[in-house]
Design a protein around this ligand. Structure first.
Ligand code: BGO
Length: 714
């Protein structure tokens, strides 16, 4: 068994190469963080070769969690060889990682990927000469066109059997001298490990290397003396010294092997970006694009289909056919009710929104595949940064528009613990696919399918993220500089129909699968609890177990305008999966109606909720704690029960406060008079303004012996 690891910068085409050579269909995206965990596959045509797709990294210095994943894999599990995927159209930046892989003395081959894009830009690379300078095979590839990829693997395999090693970069004389001295001091501790690699790490004061080597205090002190002396001589810190040397090495490689087109003109992408990412126009364009997305999915195209599915398919046909079939076979009354009033009404209510969801996913897939979504992250970075937040936090949010779980996982690309936690807490504020049925239900039943409702839900999600960011950043728990955000903006391209449909289906299939599993089970549970009393006798909904439970919790939601027990129950079942809010409404408000007369239940909703109460209900369900699957993801990413509870508590408190303010101020301005609820809303607003405008928690960098980077509170 031979293991080949694919390593490279984010967006260099690793996953595309992985898919091409293994025949898998891992998600290819144009933003960093798509591969946050390594993925394994077998080479097409030779199952003895294992291919590992590592997360994209800019360096082997583990600043971010995915860099740590990649580095740990390379050093602890030591693949038989590494294919370093270099984006040929961005060769200079990509070769920095190559220089570190050379230092690590891993048997490797270089795939000069995206050679098609480099050629288009008239960048000429002498791959043979580059191979000579690096001491390893360099193969031109275009993973997207499946060109050169098999050769890259074949050459890498040849290399593994030959045992040849690449040439580590040679640094300037002064640095080489100190590295030799350090090598002599750590030789025993390294044993048969890679002496040069450790010497460089120790020189850079890499904490991981120090931990592994367990140097005695004497030796550590001796090494520190030499590093400090060299730093004084070079007037720079050790890490920067090595970084500069690596860049010098890369510069030399590039000057000898690459010729750039000095007359390169603005590409069509650059021209589009002048408008789309323009400082003034970028935000209005983004807001207009998202309005169009919700207009198409909630108000126009999606609605036509959803109306038919809700009114005709699940309103008449399915209940009609199922009922006739059940009557024909003489099915017991209770089972008929379970199937019609429970499963058909509940699951049908959720599935009714599939067309709208498909249109939403189609629009998002188009925006992503043409390259616009990557620009949104870039635009949001500029906005977020003003509030001390990073655009890096926006990538999980973009991913979270499909499903919160991968969104939460994508937060791993954020180096700073504080920023990462904050992103995990706020990512699910953005409406995910599962929340779309709630948006579509409220907008359809109470607001005549207005696109503004769906759009406002999206804007409310972003507002909640920004407000939370500002407020949390000012606290001791989350204070600190925003993580740096580096991102390659891919050239725009016309998405393929297949690509868009595959991305749309990727998102939609999870939803349909859920409808057939977790939502089905939940609707059975809700039907049971809403059909039986505490003595397990079948009864009217109003006398059921669920009604009693609902009435016990409903008063909590009265100040939000929907103290109705059915709505309270729906908010709770939404924790299992957000679609359950709609499923529960389908059962509780559609009870008997669907089965008996085929009348859809929106009329009942109109009677039960004012527009204001409905909107408050929508906002609460959008912002409150996410579904169990997402809570599980929060728990995994936080690696702490305390932080998970903090996230749930914060999200629910924010949702409650936002809904309360919406309902109470809305009631006040629509002539409802000043009540105790309005007073509470005023206090909450004052608190919010105070938190938004209070002075940030200040931290200062205090130099301390042995720990110069320690941050202490003032
Ligand atoms: C998008 N040539 C060209 N031209 N592009 C390539 C090649 C190649 O050889 N190989 C990959 N790409 P990942 P990481 C995209 O997805 O494999 C493209 O992070 C887009 N997507 O198609 O994910 C590949 O695993 C919308 O581009 O890289 C992908 O290393 C607009 O490089 C990107 C433009 O590939 C990253 C590009 C929705």
């Amino acid at each position: 068994m031979t293991t080949i690891a694919l390593a490279g910068n984010p967006n260099s085409g690793k996953t595309t190469m992985f898919n091409d050579i293994t025949g898998s269909s891992q998600y290819v995206g144009n933003w960093p963080g798509v591969t946050v965990e390594k993925k394994e596959g077998r080479l097409k045509g030779n199952k003895d070769i294992v291919i590992q797709d590592l997360p994209g990294i800019y360096s082997l210095s583990p600043y971010s969690p995915e860099e740590a994943v990649a580095r740990n894999y390379l050093f602890n599990e030591r693949p038989d060889l590494v294919i370093d995927i270099v984006d040929a159209s961005n060769i200079e930046r990509n070769l920095y990682l190559t220089s570190q892989l050379l230092e690590a003395d891993l048997p490797m081959a270089v795939a000069l990927n995206m050679i098609d894009a480099a050629k288009k830009r008239n960048i000429k690379i002498d791959a043979n000469r580059l191979g000579e300078l690096l001491g390893c095979p360099v193969i031109e590839t275009s993973a997207i066109k499946s060109q050169g990829t098999r050769e890259a693997v074949a050459r890498a395999i040849e290399l593994a059997s030959s045992g040849d090693r690449a040439k580590p970069p040679v640094f300037s004389d002064g640095l080489e001298r100190v590295l030799r001295e350090i090598s002599d001091l750590i030789r025993d501790a390294v044993g048969d490990g890679n002496l040069r690699w450790y010497a460089i790490q120790v020189f850079e004061r890499d904490a991981e290397a120090a931990k592994t080597l367990k140097l005695s205090a004497d030796i550590a002190g001796e090494i520190e003396k030499r590093i400090a002396a060299f730093e004084a001589e070079a007037d720079d810190d050790s890490e920067s010294i090595v970084t500069n040397e690596r860049y010098l090495f890369v510069e030399k490689l590039v000057s000898e092997t690459v010729v750039f087109d000095t007359n390169e003109k603005l590409t069509p992408s650059d021209k589009i970006d002048r408008i789309v990412t323009n400082r003034i126009l970028a935000l209005p364009i983004f807001l207009a694009v998202m309005f169009l997305v919700y207009f198409l999915s909630i108000s126009t195209v999606g609605t036509l289909l959803t109306d038919w599915v809700n009114d005709v398919l699940f309103g008449e046909w399915v209940p009609g056919v199922v009922k006739s079939a059940l009557v024909a076979i003489g099915c017991a009354d209770w089972l008929q009710r379970l199937i019609l009033d429970g499963i058909v009404a509940g699951v049908g209510a959720v599935l009714g929104f599939v067309p709208q969801m498909m249109v939403l996913f189609l629009c998002l897939a188009f925006l992503e595949d043409c390259g616009y979504m990557a620009r949104i992250a870039f635009i949001m970075d500029r906005i977020f940064r003003r509030f001390g937040l990073s655009g890096k936090s926006f990538i999980p949010i973009l991913i979270g528009t499909g499903c919160g779980v991968p969104g939460i996982m994508a937060s791993r690309t954020i180096e700073s613990d504080a920023d990462r936690r904050m992103t995990v807490i706020t990512t699910t504020f953005i409406p995910c696919g599962a929340k779309l049925p709630i948006i579509a239900l409220i907008s359809g039943a109470l607001f005549s399918n207005s696109a503004l409702i769906g759009y406002s839900a999206y804007v409310a999600g972003i507002a909640a993220i920004i407000v939370s960011g500002i407020v949390l950043k000012k606290t001791k728990l989350f204070a600190g500089e925003a993580s740096p955000f580096v991102m390659e903006l891919p050239a725009y391209h016309l998405p393929t129909v297949k690509g868009v449909l595959v991305h749309m289906w990727d998102r939609a299939k999870a939803f349909i699968k859920k409808a057939g599993t977790i939502i089905l089970l939940a609707t059975i549970g809700v039907w049971f609890l809403s059909s039986f009393d505490w003595h397990l006798r079948m009864t009217a909904t109003e006398d059921s177990i669920l009604a009693d439970i609902g009435r016990a919790i409903a008063p909590v939601f009265s100040p939000l305008g929907w103290g109705e027990w059915k709505a309270a129950v729906a908010a709770i079942t939404g924790l299992i999966a957000k679609e359950n809010v709609v499923g529960t409404f389908g059962i509780l408000y559609g009870y008997e109606e669907v089965a008996e007369t085929g009348v859809e239940y929106w009329g009942q909703l109109q009677a039960a909720f004012t527009k204001l109460a409905g909107y408050s209900l929508l906002i609460f369900n959008l912002l409150c704690a996410p579904c169990f699957a997402a809570i599980g993801a929060v728990r995994r990413e936080m690696m702490s029960a305390k932080w998970t509870w903090f996230a749930i508590g914060y999200q629910t408190a924010l949702a409650y406060a936002a809904s309360l303010m919406i309902y109470q101020f809305g009631s006040l301005f629509s002539g409802g008079g000043f009540t105790a609820g309005t007073a509470v809303a005023c206090v909450l607003l004052a608190l919010l303004l105070f938190l938004l405008f209070k002075r940030p928690y200040r931290a200062k960098i205090e130099a301390r012996a042995g720990d110069p980077r320690r941050i202490d509170a003032v």
